[in-house]
Design a protein around this ligand. Structure first.
Ligand code: GLP
Length: 252
C-alpha cells in the first residue's frame, strides 16, 4: 500500500484532493465511491476548492458506501442527507448520478442487490474514497466481515454506535442499529482506493491494516489484497506504523 504523510488533517486533505484530481483528470465519466464520516470532510472541502478553480466533476457519477437502515431519507444524519450536503452540492455533481443505498427501502436486502447491479451498470467504481473506523471497519463492514462480502444489511458494532452517537446529539439510543453497506468484496472491486485517516484514535487501526495479518477481525486489513491503494495520513494516524512502512523521507 502506498502511504502519503502530512503533518495534519488539513494537509492530508490537500494531498488526497491532489491524488483524486489527478486520477479523474483523464476520465470522461469518472465513477467515484464516496464515504461519509468525519475523515473525508476536510478532503471534500479541499476538492471543492479545486472545483472552484476549474476541476469539472459535473459528469462524474458517485456511489456512497453505506446508509443507515430505518432512518428516513430526509433525516439530517441519513447518509442521503450527508452526501447531498457535503458531497453532491459542494462538488457540483449531478444529483441524478449520485447513488446512496436505500436503507429506508421496505426490503433492504432487495435494495442491496439493486445497488450492486447499479454499480456494475455504471461500469464499476474508478476511485473509492474511504475512511476507517477505530475498530478497523470500512464502510459499515464491521469486524467479522468476509473479504468477499457484497452489499448487504449489517448490524453495527457497539463501538460504532458509540462513535457515531456524536452525530445524534450524543445519544447512542438514537443511532440506528443496522445499516446497508457495500461489502468488502464490493469495495475491493474499485479500480483505485484512497483511504484518509487522521488523528490518534485511528493510529492502531491504521497500523494493523497496513502491517497486521489479513483478518476478519480488522476488515481494513483486506485492503492489502488490492494493488492500488493509497493511504493519506496525518502524523497522528501514522504514529503507530513501523518506520519500514513509512515513505523514505519520513522514516529518516
Ligand atoms: C462511519 C462510516 C464509515 C467511516 C467510519 C469512520 O461509521 N460508515 O464509512 O469511514 O465510520 O468515521 P469517521 O471518519 O467519522 O471517524
Amino acid at each position: 500500500m502506498r502511504i502519503l504523510l502530512s503533518p495534519d488533517a488539513a494537509g492530508a486533505a490537500e494531498v488526497a484532493a491532489a491524488v483524486v484530481a489527478a486520477s479523474v483528470a483523464d476520465l470522461a465519466f469518472p465513477v467515484l465511491g464516496v464515504a461519509t464520516g468525519s475523515s473525508p470532510q476536510p478532503f471534500y472541502r479541499a476538492l471543492t476548492a479545486r472545483v472552484a478553480a476549474g476541476l469539472d466533476l459535473s459528469r462524474a457519477a458517485a456511489f456512497a458506501l453505506d446508509e443507515y437502515v430505518g432512518l428516513p431519507v430526509d433525516h439530517p444524519e441519513s447518509y442521503h442527507s450527508v452526501i447531498a450536503r457535503e458531497v453532491t452540492g459542494p462538488l457540483g455533481l449531478d444529483p441524478s448520478r449520485v447513488h446512496v443505498p436505500e436503507g429506508a427501502a421496505a426490503d433492504p436486502t432487495e435494495a442491496a442487490a439493486r445497488y450492486e447491479a447499479a454499480i456494475s451498470g455504471a461500469g464499476g467504481v474508478d476511485l473509492q474514497i474511504l475512511g476507517i473506523g477505530a475498530n478497523g471497519h470500512i464502510g459499515f463492514n464491521e469486524p467479522g466481515s468476509a473479504p468477499d462480502s457484497r452489499t448487504r444489511v449489517v448490524e453495527l458494532a457497539p463501538r460504532t454506535v458509540a462513535d457515531n452517537s456524536r452525530f445524534f446529539d450524543g445519544d447512542a439510543g438514537l443511532v440506528p442499529t443496522h445499516a446497508l453497506t457495500q461489502g468488502i468484496g464490493t469495495i475491493l472491486d474499485a479500480r483505485e482506493i484512497v483511504l484518509i485517516a487522521w488523528g490518534e484514535s485511528k493510529a492502531e487501526a491504521v497500523a494493523r491494516a497496513v502491517e497486521g495479518p489479513q483478518t476478519t477481525g480488522l476488515p481494513a486489513s483486506f485492503l492489502q489484497r488490492h494493488g492500488r491503494v493509497t493511504l493519506v495520513l496525518d502524523a497522528a494516524a501514522a504514529s503507530r506504523l513501523s518506520p519500514a512502512s513509512l515513505p523514505a523521507e519520513a522514516a529518516r
